[in-house]
Design a protein around this ligand. Structure first.
Ligand SMILES: C[S@@+](CC[C@H](N)C(=O)[O-])C[C@H]1O[C@@H](n2cnc3c(N)ncnc32)[C@H](O)[C@@H]1O
Length: 281
């Protein structure tokens, strides 16, 4: 059975897309000494047009902010693709810290809404160009797989609610708890040892290489994920996809992530192929 042969979490973490470059997790500091603005302060900052200075933007009334959360200094986005003219004109984005469990989210570049591919997905709100930085997002939880439950228990209730609202895939090992399943479905590897969950980035669906539209990278200094348009041009209304693992076949995706790829760029997978291969895993 597929579920009993599903790779262990640690193994899968190893396989996760290693686009991230986080060499030494121990060296990651949390910008000590800086204070996260409260929602009201964040709004005042916004009103003063301080976007582009890398401050965290709390994007929902549900969050009041707290002094022990990571905050940021003004730093350029770290994605390594060259910036397009349109992105160059833009200030760097706020680092968003999601405080709402609702899937819907929208910024200047994209919105999360129901997807034709699967569940929710991200859609371009306007024409986007290679190099446009469309999201900088703070993590909700960062952990090794072994410490995940302890780390989860230390989360404040609001953060637990956000995590619990995320999607869990169907192919998980029998006995995997929902919390663990959600973690495994949505986390991004940020180093050899650690993964992190970013609630907005987690809504981006997969497209097989090289047809994914967006690249992602972990900005170690700011402890955030940065998503950058990879395609030369994405028309308004197109789905913004990422690659969960470069060069993975639909079969590997099925066994590692429990879905039959419908990205449209790969041949996909038939039920017969799934049955045949499940006997071998
Ligand atoms: C990280 S979530 C992506 C967001 C998800 N669609 C949601 O509603 O929250 C990963 C899950 O999305 C679905 N998914 C992502 N890309 C897909 C694709 N190319 N084909 C089919 N399902 C996909 C699968 O169910 C997968 O387990």
């Amino acid at each position: 059975m597929l579920s009993t042969q599903f790779p262990a979490a640690a193994e899968r973490l190893f396989y996760l897309d290693l686009c991230f470059h986080h060499k030494d997790p121990q060296s990651s500091t949390k910008h000590k000494g800086y204070t996260l603005p409260t929602t009201r302060q964040a709004r005042i900052l916004e009103a003063l047009d301080l976007e582009g200075y890398g401050a965290i933007k709390i994007d929902s009334d549900l969050g009041s902010g707290s002094n022990d959360q990571p905050s940021t200094l003004p730093l350029p986005a770290t994605a390594s693709v060259p910036k397009s003219e349109s992105a160059a004109k833009l200030p760097s984005l706020w680092i968003v810290q999601r405080k709402s469990p609702k899937p819907n989210y929208s910024n200047e570049f994209f919105r999360i809404s129901e997807s034709k591919t699967a569940g929710y997905g991200a859609y371009a709100k306007k024409d986007l160009y290679g190099g446009d930085v469309i999201l900088r997002e703070a993590y909700l939880i960062k952990s090794t797989h072994n410490d995940f439950f302890d780390t989860y228990e230390r989360l404040e209730e609001g953060s637990k609610t956000i995590l619990q609202a995320l999607h869990m895939h169907d192919g998980l090992k029998i006995g995997t708890s929902r919390i663990q399943g959600i973690w495994e479905t949505n986390c991004f590897a940020i180093s050899d040892h650690q993964a992190a969950l970013f609630p907005i980035a987690a809504r981006f669906n997969h497209a097989c290489s090289p047809s994914q539209k967006v690249l992602y990278e972990f900005d170690e200094k700011n402890d955030c994920i940065v998503m950058t348009v990879k395609a030369d041009h994405v028309a308004a209304g197109e789905e913004l996809t990422i690659s969960y693992g470069n060069d993975w076949s639909p079969l590997m995706l099925y066994h590692l992530y429990g879905f039959m790829c419908r990205c449209g760029a790969c041949p996909g997978l038939s039920e017969a192929e799934v049955m045949r291969s499940s006997a071998q895993w």
